[in-house]
Write a protein that binds this ligand. Structure first.
Ligand SMILES: Nc1ncnc2c1ncn2[C@@H]1O[C@H](COP(=O)(O)OP(=O)(O)OP(=O)(O)O)[C@@H](O)[C@H]1O
Ligand SMILES: Cc1ncc(C[n+]2csc(CCOP(=O)(O)O)c2C)c(N)n1
Ligand SMILES: [Mg+2]
Length: 373
């Protein structure tokens, strides 16, 4: 039997690492002058920071059935042919998403990613090829603009009942820079965002409501009609969920343009804007018309999922206001600053009106964002 057809349990740790290095070594060699010792070389990696830079560090875990489901990629084709990725996309997507959410946090500080450490917990029954595909997904995330210097510096392998991935990202920020900070939004600032809102949440609803471990239901003629007209949108939403591509250049660009407050939206606009407001001691007023307009584009997804028109509008707004995971970048810019390319105004920062920092909006949505516990 070709060893590639074996499971990670049959192959053992050394063979899995050999498989990993076949992808990682040439990847690092292409970009890693700053990586003196990389994966497999010693007890830890040696990384040379650019002179005059500060280190930026973050970590994030993604676990099966908390953050993704294998059946999203291998389930029955309820969403009509074409919308689902082929099943072998699953490991690549998990690698891309796990890396992307860490790269996004580095960018959201205004910094540039330079290295990732990757801990992979796997059931013994996972195919060896799963691991190689997972790393191809990580490489894909690092090939996005803004991550050109990011290498894979090392990691760890372990056994568990379900797949779990923990990635730690390292980045660099010029010495002396305060970075893009949650505590730096000031009254008078424009609140702007780079990247779409609500699509990953809409994609999650499509994936969760249209397929599932037990199968799912057949498509009605109305759904087929909506699918035919909006196939591209549905695909974009599902990919925003399974394979997010955060705007990694947006953080450094915001900082360079004079932006000061900022964070990425991982848990939803309302929840994350409230964090920004709290840390900065300000009120954040959202532009309800702009957000309602953005939500309108997602109404066909809600309609496809069976929501009647009024509910579809509300559902789409809930995705825009409460959905995270596609890692749009929220930034605040002093009045007079020209917003960098890709940013659009969605509100403003004001003095807090009554002692408690708040997000002010006229929209009432039932879901205020994601809590991981
Ligand atoms: N187990 C922990 N130990 C120490 N600090 C933690 C722990 N979990 C979270 N934090 C800190 O709390 C803050 C918020 O963490 P969180 O993971 O929510 O980050 P985030 O950027 O808001 O969200 P996301 O991880 O979805 O991007 C970060 O500064 C993080 O370092
Ligand atoms: C199966 C499944 N159920 C729910 C979700 C939704 N979800 C998971 S993590 C997260 C926010 C960011 O997390 P963190 O703050 O941990 O980075 C969201 C909105 C999903 N993706 N998959
Ligand atoms: Mg974040």
């Amino acid at each position: 039997m070709d060893h590639r057809e074996s499971t990670v349990g049959q192959a053992g740790e050394d063979a899995v690492l050999t498989e990993v290095m076949e992808i990682v070594a040439p990847f690092n060699a292409r970009r890693g002058a700053h990586l003196l010792l990389g994966p497999g070389a010693d007890d830890a990696a040696l990384l040379v920071p650019r002179p005059g830079s500060q280190l930026v560090l973050t970590t994030d875990t993604m676990s099966q059935d908390q953050d993704f489901r294998p059946c999203w990629w291998s389930g029955p084709e309820q969403l009509a042919a074409g919308a689902f990725e082929p099943p072998d996309e699953y490991p690549m997507e998990v690698g891309t998403k796990a890396a992307a959410q860490n790269l996004s946090d580095i960018s959201a500080m205004g910094a540039q990613p330079t290295a990732l450490l990757i801990s992979l917990t796997l059931p013994r029954t996972m195919p060896l090829t799963w691991v190689a595909d997972f790393y191809r997904g990580v490489v894909r995330a690092c090939e996005q603009p803004g991550a050109q210097r990011c290498v894979i510096a090392g990691g760890d392998l372990g056994r568990g009942d379900v797949v779990s991935v923990t990635i730690t990202a390292v980045g660099e920020l010029a010495a002396g820079s305060a970075g893009l900070r949650r505590d730096a939004a000031a009254p008078g600032d424009t609140l702007a965002v780079c990247g779409p809102l609500g699509r990953a949440a809409a994609g999650l609803a499509l994936l969760e409501e249209s397929s599932g471990p037990e199968g799912g239901t057949a498509i009605s003629p109305q759904q087929q009609e909506l699918f035919t007209h909006h196939e591209e949108l549905f695909g974009v939403c599902m990919r925003a969920q399974t394979r997010p591509a955060p705007p990694l250049e947006a953080g450094p660009a915001a900082l360079a343009a004079g932006g000061r407050g900022g964070m990425d939206i991982s848990d939803g606009l309302l929840r994350d804007a409230a964090r920004l407001a709290r840390a900065s001691g300000v009120d954040i007023h959202l532009d309800d018309d702009v957000l309602a307009e953005e939500a309108r584009t997602l109404e066909p997804v809600a309609a496809y999922l069976g929501r009647p028109p009024e509910q579809a509008r509300h559902q789409a707004l809930t995705w825009v206001m409460g959905g995270g995971e596609e890692y749009a970048l929220l930034g605040t810019f002093p009045a007079g600053v020209v917003l960098p390319e890709g940013f659009r105004r969605i509100g403003e920062v004001r003095e807090k009106a009554d002692g408690v920092p708040r997000v002010v909006t006229g929209h009432v949505v039932s879901n205020v964002g994601w809590s991981s516990l």
